[in-house]
Write a protein that binds this ligand. Structure first.
Ligand SMILES: [Zn+2]
Length: 331
């Protein structure tokens, strides 16, 4: 069942960590820990530097690290997910201090671990205490924070696919939740410039929209309202290239391409992701890789047995790809 987090946001809020009672175990990485220490002189019981998210690593550190009363995750997705793993296994108090807002890990109950280099979601621990410190988050490269808008903007293409699946396959549809998702998309639209500038309002917008999204997706038991064909594009690019990308870059690319395939207010969506500062041309992927990802998208989706979407109903042809790529790079 969903548990809402208590969110403390403001300038310098992470200094409150000094007041935590008991034995405190921090999970972090070098850069966020250095940034945090520059503004808060505090020596917790133990500091663990995260190396990787392999389940075997996590089980090993859980055994090796000292006993604690509180686990504090300071950093990005891996630091927060490591803290979630330890607090879940140890059934202890947990405080998360995200230093970038590029992914929703600080809000979700699941933990992304790697087994044989594939992401698998385990665990069930809703973060109850979240500290959002503008001073810390604003020191991260702005494109990392802007990338957080991608999993909200994806509602635009995801709702289209969910509705299509309902019409064509009879998959259950919930109009009330679809409406809540649309409101989140509109809220992002209203605050796109704040997100781009990474202002306190922009940071709070992303965190609050993640919170709402996680809440309604938990209530309905599916991520359908925010995960559609744009995510298939992202998964396929990573699968084909065997490289890791900034999630927001690939989801932004997916929104550009799939809103076009859906004929779903394409330029409205492009305008939104552009104003949020998403790098939707996915600069780390080559045009050839994007072309291959598109042409093989239906086969990839069928092989992996993924959800129904516009990829099932519309053929991705060579002319479509030519047009889409020239629009992408010309935009
Ligand atoms: Zn996503």
């Amino acid at each position: 069942m969903y548990i809402a987090p208590e969110i403390i946001s403001g300038k310098g809020t992470s200094r409150r960590l000094r007041d935590l009672p008991g034995r405190v175990l921090v999970t972090t990485m070098e850069i966020p820990w250095r940034l945090f220490q520059a503004q808060c002189d505090w020596t917790p019981h133990h500091v663990h530097f995260v190396t990787d998210m392999a389940q075997s690593t996590l089980d090993h550190i859980n055994e090796q690290l000292p006993a604690c009363d509180v686990v504090v995750g300071i950093g990005g997705g891996s630091s927060c997910d490591t803290a979630k793993y330890l607090a879940w296994k140890r059934d202890c108090r947990m405080v998360l201090v995200p230093t970038i807002v590029s992914v929703d890990a600080p809000l979700t109950n699941m933990i992304g671990v790697r087994v044989d280099a594939t992401v698998r979601y385990v665990g069930d621990i809703f973060p109850r205490e979240l500290v959002i410190d503008y001073d810390l988050i604003q020191q991260a490269p702005p494109e990392l924070n802007r990338a957080g808008a991608s999993d909200i903007a994806s509602i635009h293409t995801a709702l289209h696919d969910w509705s299509l699946a309902h019409e064509r396959t009879g998959e259950p549809w919930d109009e009330k939740i679809a409406q809540e998702a649309r409101e989140c998309l509109n809220e992002l639209d209203r605050n796109a410039e704040e997100v781009f500038q990474v202002t306190p309002k922009g940071i709070d917008t992303i965190v609050d929209l993640y919170r709402r999204e996680v809440e309604f997706c938990t209530r309905i038991g599916t991520s359908r309202p925010e995960e559609g064909a744009e995510h298939l594009v992202a998964y396929h690019v990573e699968h084909l290239t065997r490289r890791h990308f900034l999630h927001g870059d690939l989801v932004g690319l997916g929104i550009f391409l799939m809103s076009r395939l859906q004929q779903n207010d394409h330029w409205w969506a492009v305008n939104l992701i552009r104003r949020c500062g998403l790098r939707y041309t996915a600069p780390e992927a080559s045009p050839e890789e994007i072309r291959a990802a598109l042409l093989g998208l239906r086969a990839f989706k069928n092989n992996a047995d993924l959800f129904f979407s516009v990829v099932d109903t519309e053929e991705i042809t060579e002319p479509f790809v030519d047009d889409a790529l020239s629009a992408l790079y010309g935009s």
